[in-house]
Design a protein around this ligand. Structure first.
Ligand SMILES: [Zn+2]
Length: 313
């Protein structure tokens, strides 16, 4: 049964690097596409290391402003035409990986491509902001490298700073990096409670003072974490298709458990060029999990009220 509530036109969590269309990737790849990526495109589960291999295969194709613009266009193209309300994207990207670590392109080319992609989106009435994503498992130095890279000339479309990757380095160690990002006027978030334990969510909130958590699906294992998320009104970006693919312990997605506990969940697509999905599909899956129009209405309201692309500070 599909709820009477129509999907929003807001993708609350999607990575630029994981968004290129498969057809674009096939036509621009210099070498043959890895087997793991073909498997992902067929909707098959792959080991996390194979997912990372595929992620970097696509990342390495972002060699020009035009390629980056294509990725932003692909993100906007996955917003449902039949959705309701305002339209926007909270877009994650790791400039330090592209520019410093893998030297795929120069920073000014990356900014130019994003700026052009955002102009294309704006022409369709879609608001887009960028959230800088440091790699947790590379340590806090990765966060400082990122901020060193961008701090002197921060484009106006950059709204936030986040950590992603594997949840290995404790959030208390990341706290000074988040403080540095806040001093630049950025909002802060983190991927937590996805490939790490539920306790990472508590630490991110209490030690790093974050009020937005990406995924947080492990919260369903610990009622006290659900309570904390609800009590502190933490914005949580859930990506159903991606979560089910990358968190193999999930037999069923805990969206209903989270929302029944009062957690402010919203929906995103995460890496829809790899784990193929679109926003309309995520809303369909949410309706099947929730089977509750009131819950769908809350999901709709959360998606709008906590979206950084719609609510500038
Ligand atoms: Zn993500």
């Amino acid at each position: 049964m599909f709820s009477k509530v129509r999907p929003t036109r807001i993708d609350r969590h999607v990575h630029l690097e994981g968004s290129l269309d498969p057809d674009w990737v096939r036509s621009h790849a210099a070498s043959s596409v890895p087997d793991s990526l073909e498997a992902l495109w067929r909707g098959e589960a792959v080991p996390f290391t194979s997912f990372i291999e595929s992620f970097f295969f696509i990342t390495d194709l972002l060699t020009s402003a035009d390629a980056v613009r294509s990725a932003v266009n692909a993100v906007v193209g996955r917003i449902p035409a039949n959705g309701d309300g305002p339209s926007g994207v909270d877009l994650w990207c790791s400039p330090q990986t592209l520019v410093v670590d893998r030297k795929v392109l120069k920073l000014d080319e990356l900014w130019k491509g994003i700026e052009q992609g955002i102009a294309d989106a704006n022409a369709q009435g879609v608001n887009v902001v960028l959230i800088l994503d440091a790699v947790n498992n590379f340590g806090i130095e990765n966060g400082h490298t990122l901020l060193d890279l961008v701090a002197n000339d921060l484009p106006p479309f950059v709204a936030g700073f986040s950590t992603g990757g594997l949840e290995r380095v404790p959030f208390r160690q990341w706290a000074p990096v988040f403080d540095r990002a806040r001093a630049l006027g950025l909002r802060c978030a983190a991927h937590a409670g996805e490939n790490g334990p539920a306790s990472n969510i508590r630490e991110a909130i209490e030690e790093a003072h974050l009020n937005r958590i990406v995924h947080a699906v492990r919260a369903a294992e610990d009622p006290s974490i659900l309570e904390l998320l609800a009590e502190k009104k933490i914005a949580v970006d859930v990506c159903i298709t991606s979560n089910l693919a990358l968190v193999p312990e999930l037999a069923r997605h805990p969206l209903k458990t989270m929302m029944d506990a009062g957690v402010r969940c919203a929906l995103g697509t995460d890496d829809p060029g790899l784990i193929v999905t679109n926003l309309g599909n995520e809303w369909q899956r949410a309706a099947e999990l929730l089977e509750c129009d009131a819950c769908m209405e809350r999901l709709y309201e959360n998606s709008i009220s906590d979206a950084w692309c719609l609510n500038k500070i």
